[in-house]
Design a protein around this ligand. Structure first.
Ligand code: LLP
Length: 383
């Protein structure tokens, strides 16, 4: 819950805005740092989850690396203090311009998603007289049991190389003289809370890494990707993801030699709980069947509920009474899908009330759009 001082600050701020609780972020990062460093695991923060400058600065101050999916993210990571040799660059469609930028920046590693991409990186590296370090992203065909829009590790997904294409990968690796093979990369999906899924992933990583070694390629990096989920139903209690159990699965089930490194690319679990979208009630519409709260924020500020039917807790920060009315909480955008949630139980609400949509730090502000020529959403930070 927000303190009275925070609510006073909210009242004086222009809505809508993302409110960042930097203390919460720090606690989350510390928990992740403690749990991962215990086993010597390396964590790269997936910038795509949130690239707010203050968030990036704090994350890099913990010594985490950066996982980027565009030239813009590679640049932002370096600009905000991540070390070049701790930057990895993934993505199924890296443009030549982006590859050249990353080569010039001497990043740690490209996570390569196809044979053709490998050949292009080789060609561009050769032109620069450089050796590009790569990990091959392999599609392990492990079902993440998450929303089908955010599952990525099945044969039917566009990501990575499928196992039946691995012979071609080896052929290309042997032919590409400006490529240094570093290891294997996986990412099976997002918002995964079932640890059994990670156990299955470990088993696949072990098999695939052994296959590369059997074919004469030393696997130095085992990159398990990201995906650890958060509890969207409890923004205030139990709100830090269970990093200990997560990393322990990899400690227990991954075969790791002393000369190998284990890498992770966590996004959501690090930043989701530290932010809320705060919006004002513009209008209360009482219909015959439904009551609507029309907010001044919508899918242009937070698209997750509309795009993935994602659940977020919604609170009326201005009222303390019993939540005995039901409202469909909607945005102002000219789309019927512009609804945060239907039948939200809230105290009786009025024009001007402040509504907080919680657990909005991951894939929130970064996915905001200018649709309907809306003003860019603002940010406010805890002091
Ligand atoms: N590594 C790769 C290669 C990825 O594609 C992703 C996320 C991550 C790491 C970080 O995953 P995380 O730890 O955050 O789960 N917009 C969606 C989520 C899309 C995730 C895309 N890839 C959402 O709002 O739920």
């Amino acid at each position: 819950m927000f303190t009275p001082d925070t609510i006073t600050r909210f009242k004086n701020a222009e809505t809508p805005f993302y409110y960042y609780d930097l203390d919460m972020l720090r606690q989350t990062l510390q928990a992740c740092y403690d749990a991962s460093s215990r086993y010597g695991f390396h964590v790269h923060y997936a910038l795509k989850a949130n690239f707010n400058p203050k968030v990036l600065q704090m994350i890099q101050s913990f010594g985490f690396g950066a996982d980027c999916v565009s030239g813009g993210e590679v640049k932002a990571a370096i600009d905000y203090g991540f070390k070049n040799n701790q930057v990895v660059f993934a993505g199924v469609g890296k443009s030549d311009k982006e590859i050249n930028f990353a080569l010039d920046a001497d990043i740690f590693c490209f996570n390569v998603e196809s044979v053709q991409e490998l050949e292009i990186i080789n060609e561009l590296a050769e032109k620069k007289g450089k050796i590009a370090k790569v990990a091959i992203r392999i599609n392990p065909n492990v079902d993440a049991h998450t929303h089908h829009f955010i599952t990525t590790g099945l044969d039917e997904n566009k990501f990575g190389v499928n196992t039946w294409q691995l012979d071609d990968v080896l052929k290309a690796l042997r032919a590409c003289k400006n490529i240094q093979f570093m290891g294997v990369h996986f990412h099976i999906g997002s918002q995964i809370t079932d640890m059994e899924v990670y156990k299955s992933l470990c088993i696949r990583i072990n098999e695939i890494a052994a296959w590369f070694e059997d074919h004469g390629f030393t696997v130095k990096i085992l990159n398990a990707g990201g995906g650890l989920g958060v509890d969207y139903h409890n923004p205030d209690t139990n709100n830090i993801s269970d990093f200990q159990s997560y990393f322990k699965v990899f400690k227990d089930f991954l075969n790791v030699r002393a000369d190998q490194e284990v890498h992770f690319e966590l996004g959501r679990a690090l930043v989701a709980q530290c932010a809320s979208l705060v919006s004002k009630v513009l209008y209360v519409k009482n219909g015959q069947k439904k009551n609507f709260l029309v907010l001044d924020a919508g899918m242009t500020e937070l698209i997750r509920p509309m795009l993935y039917q994602a659940y977020h807790e919604i609170e009326n920060v201005s009222r303390t009474g019993a939540a005995d009315l039901k409202y469909d909480v909607v945005g102002p955008i000219c789309e019927s899908t512009d609804c945060f949630r239907k039948d939200v139980e809230l105290p009786e609400s009025f024009r001007g009330d402040l509504i907080a949509v919680r657990t909005a730090g991951a894939y929130g502000e970064v996915m905001a759009s200018g649709y309907n020529l809306r003003d860019r959403v603002q940010s406010l930070y805890s002091v």
